[in-house]
Design a protein around this ligand. Sequence first.
Ligand code: GLU
Length: 312
Amino acid sequence: MTIPASLWIGAGRFAPSPSGDLHVGNLRTALLAWLFARSAGRTFLVRMEDLDRVAPGADEAQLTDLAAIGLDWDGPVRYQSERTRLYQSAIARLSAHGLTYECFCTRREIREAASAPHPDPASGFDGSYPGTCRKLSDTEIAGRRATGRPSALRLRAQVDHWTIRDELAGAVTGRVDDVVLRRNDGVAAYNLAVVVDDAAQGIDQVVRGDDLLSAAPRQAYLASLLELAPVRYAHVPLALNLAGQRLAKRDGAVTLADLRDHGRTPETVLGHLAASLGLAQPGEIVTPGGLLARFDPRLLPRGPWLVDPADL
Ligand code: GLU
């Protein structure tokens, strides 16, 4: 059944990688995604991005933590590992239009260039693929295949830049390169899976950490090639440690489990997250539902959240 446009309310989502416990920065992003969605009457979905870096049991622990801070979601949690056919048919569609090519670059280059959701700008490498295999002749391809090295499949991008609109950052023009669509282990790559899933799940609003802002133009371009409806983006500031690096578990007691050991309840952690967003007074006990009336995306802090674990 097609839902009439007048009844379409859209959906937001939180899409963690189940690689370990969520830390307070991840929980803050989840809270924001929930607030963005619920304040606009959207449904809210959780999707496990388990094509890479899976730690056994991490999915359940993450869901337990989301519920512990009072977040709820609609419908079953989806797992990318169960959606292979969707990714295959999107890839087949691009291939049918001549928009893919095999890439025989080493696994390391592929990993660095395109499959990781978080390319590290500090390394001076922005994740763009230089196009090494794009112009291989049929003979060269046959030669590469004969070595037995498995190939990845890349997008033959027709543009090198694309512009998206972000609720917080405004218009953002970013690099589009020949992203990996299927890794050389045969698994769909992050950039393809995220685009296919967001559309297939009816997601029209993507709220996530601003480390993924640079990936948004290439994802939006990919969506346009697949004739999928564009999403609205809101890339929210990341949590950083006191050295200015992305917060990580090694920075101290930064997960709900660690904080519980230090006598902090999920309620106090939620209050702390809300205060960090300017949505509560320090020490105030709140619920996500109670924050909805106070939530105004225009008033969100624009800079990173500096986390001193001693203050949590
Ligand atoms: N799974 C990605 C992560 O945990 C997020 C991808 C997205 O929100 O688009 O960093």
